[in-house]
Design a protein around this ligand. Structure first.
Ligand code: VG1
Ligand code: CO
Length: 541
């Protein structure tokens, strides 16, 4: 065992989902090591513990896995389960932590951020419940990074991560396992695979875009091998270290190839995409884009059609910026509905306590209590199962949903790479005038209430402050503003816009047009274009 002297790095504070930095920052001598040792220290050491390790296949992942294994061994860990090739999707890692009953796990991914030597890398620690470490732990990790003086690492050759089997590293056991099999088995236990096989056998056409990221092998196994979808159903199915130059974020902007196919002539019946680490999803029908907030609501309304949820949901939860479409379903079905801050870590307690079984975020994240992460392929299978059970197209299912529940027009506008001080200053100004807004009118919209969202966890009563600004207009429209906690360059401002239309008229408008008055009112109140000089957002979802 070797003790290596080090000094703290600034900025090792985990964000919305782990620590994310430029890959080159992570590759600096001691940088990754400091963060890993701080993580081990913050959870009371790993002596005698068992961990899961894997990642989304991005550049530097294999090297990082070797470093972490040698550190885990030096810190006395008993065993580490590693996905072959250091691969594990985020939901698969969560599943293994739970079913192998390990003490936790480390996921190597910067999720939807691009990968490669010039792009991003990330590390995330998940606890024994399989979910992202709660703030209590991430705060402790950050505190430790500020005063770390040394770390432990074995000075031994690399382990072979290319072959399935068991090896030893010092005293520690390393078990390399198939990253896909257990996850695919779990999916078979949740969904009606017989009905899905019949659907594909009848000629149902699907396109799954894995965006050269981790879901490729999972999607090929599930859709093509187990469900009999034709070869080629999954595209960009080989995980590449730089995602083939793709930006593995499943939204209309970055998954534009899939968008073009689904909106074009002779489009397949169903389209889907997932992100770098496999926890996000985008759902499309022929000529239909389903917004993530609507997808969550449709899944909630139809969950009983899926075998694992046939008894009904325990409750639902959504992040605060996610539209209230799912709230209307919860109300109609008599389900409890929780509103949490952004980030999957806030759903963990609710799921562990058995209070919710379905969770979602507007950022293309949907999942259930089968694991403790959002789960891209699970969401795709939910839709397939619902389509098979209802015998309707995506477009018909969504239109029916709006007719029954009304429509929450929704859009998110992202302004990227803003100077940090400018973005923070703009929101400080907004904070200062929040209390003056109620009663004022902008673009014909009267402000009912305006606040900064704070959350008290209903299970452990922990409080999270400063979770985004909300301006609520009379009549149910609103705008939410917050800064991203996953970016690696400057600040990204996220503006979440929502307007409810009960119907039956006006359910088929273009969302940007339906939201135009709110967009204008936001400019009047916050002055985004005026402050940043950007006349248009960089990404619209
Ligand atoms: C974003 C999303 C958030 C999501 C997080 C992690 O965070 O808004 O909803 O949970 O990414 O997703 P932020 O702080 O940038 O808005 V993933 O798939 O990148 O781990
Ligand atoms: Co992700």
């Amino acid at each position: 065992m070797t003790t290596i002297q080090t000094t703290p790095f600034e900025g090792q504070k985990p964000g919305t989902s782990g620590l994310r930095k430029k890959t080159k920052v992570f590759m600096q001598k001691h940088f990754l090591e400091n963060f890993i040792q701080s993580t081990f220290d913050a959870i009371g050491g790993v002596d005698g513990k068992i961990l899961v390790l894997g990642g989304d296949g991005r550049y530097f992942g294999k090297e990082a896995a070797q470093i972490i294994l040698k550190m885990a061994a030096a810190n006395g860990a008993a065993k580490v389960f590693v996905g072959q090739g250091a691969w594990l999707s985020t939901p698969a890692a969560s599943h293994l932590i739970r079913t192998l009953e390990t003490d936790g796990g480390i996921i190597l991914s910067a999720s939807h951020n691009p990968g490669g030597p010039e792009e991003d890398f990330g590390v995330k620690y998940n606890a024994a419940n399989g979910g992202p470490a709660p703030e209590k732990i991430t705060d402790a990790i950050f505190e430790r990074t500020k005063n770390i003086t040394s770390y432990l690492k074995l000075d031994v050759p690399d382990v072979d991560l290319g072959h399935i089997g068991t090896q030893t590293l010092g005293e520690m056991v390393v078990e390399v396992l198939d990253p896909v099999a257990a996850y695919a088995d779990m999916m078979e236990g949740i969904f009606d695979f017989t009905a899905l096989k019949a659907l594909f056998a009848k000629g149902f056409r699907m396109r799954m875009d894995s965006m050269c990221a981790i879901t490729g092998p999972y999607a090929v196994e599930i859709f093509e091998n187990r469900l009999g979808a034709p070869k080629g159903t999954v595209v960009h199915e080989v995980p590449l270290e730089d995602f083939g130059g793709m930006h593995p974020d499943p939204n209309p902007t970055w998954a534009h190839e899939l968008m073009a196919e689904m909106m074009g002539e002779n489009a397949p019946d169903f389209g889907a995409a997932s992100d770098g680490d496999g926890d996000r999803n985008m759902i499309l029908g022929a000529g239909t884009y389903v917004s993530p907030s609507d997808s969550l609501a449709v899944i909630a309304a139809n969950a009983k059609l899926v075998p694992a949820y046939a008894e009904g949901l325990k409750g639902v939860a959504r992040s605060m910026p996610t539209s209230a479409a799912v709230d209307r379903v919860a109300e109609a079905l008599g389900l409890a509905c929780f509103e949490t801050p952004t980030g999957w870590k806030f759903f963990g307690n609710l799921m562990d306590a058995g209070r919710v079984s379905l969770c979602g975020e507007e950022s293309f994240g949907t999942g259930s209590d089968h694991v403790r992460e959002k789960d891209g392929l699970w969401a795709v299978l939910m839709w397939l199962n619902i389509i098979a059970a209802r015998g309707q197209s995506v477009g018909e299912i969504v239109a029916d949903h709006f007719k029954r529940f009304g429509r929450n027009y929704y859009s998110r506008h992202d302004y990227e790479a803003l100077p940090k001080e400018l973005a923070e200053g703009m929101l400080d100004d907004l904070r200062a005038k929040l209390s003056d807004l109620p009663g004022k009118e902008y673009q014909g919209l009267v402000v009912g209430n305006a606040d900064e969202f704070a959350y008290t966890d209903p299970v452990d009563q922990s409080v999270s402050q400063h979770q985004g600004f909300r301006i609520l207009f009379a009549g149910g429209s609103r705008v939410v503003l917050r800064l991203s906690g996953t970016g690696t360059e400057g600040a990204t401002l996220r503006v979440y816009l929502e307007r409810y239309v009960a119907g039956p008229e006006g359910l088929a408008q273009d969302p940007q047009e339906a939201l135009a008055p709110i967009i204008k009112a936001t400019e009047e109140i916050v002055g985004i274009a005026a402050t940043t000089g950007k006349q248009q957002p960089d990404v619209i979802t």
